[in-house]
Design a protein. Sequence first.
Length: 204
Amino acid sequence: MQNIEAIIFDLGGVILNIDYQSTRKAFEKAGIANFNDMYSQAAADDLFDDLETGKIAPAEFYKKLNERAGVQLTESDIRQAWNAMLLDFREESLAHISSLKSKYKLYLLSNTNHIHLVAFNDIYRSKHRDIPFADHFIKAYYSCEMGLRKPNADIFEFVLAENQLDPSTTVFIDDSVQNIATAKAVGLQTILLEAGQKIEDLPF
């Protein structure tokens, strides 16, 4: 990698540890046997897409999930199961990001929803912190606030345009192949973070 001026980080699987199977197991235990058909890292049906792009509020999501799955779970039950995938922050990765701030323009670009947004900020604040999570970056972009989501090209184009970033000198780091493919297509340098790999192991 050469001539890097900016870095765009994904969140889950890159800075925040994620376990999709914990959510699947929680929903299966609650009576939704086919949850993995509805949602996974690689794909999700329109209900989850709508949640991640802010088209529906959490209350509507809870209602529609019950209807679609044929169950009658409480909002609290659904929220706990949905948040089960959110584990803990990679402390060494956070420290590494802090060390990069003087060298590069740093951004966050995450597919997330308002339920998870509250939950992972709570996880972050559960330890003593000098700064809010978003302050690690020039700007943190969340799909639920933008009305756009990865892997669609428009979300990358928006971030590049708003910050006047040259894609050829900007690196995008993500753990999902489909997101990396689109980032490459819009001209970004990319790093696919493999399982077990950490951003502090990367060559910058």
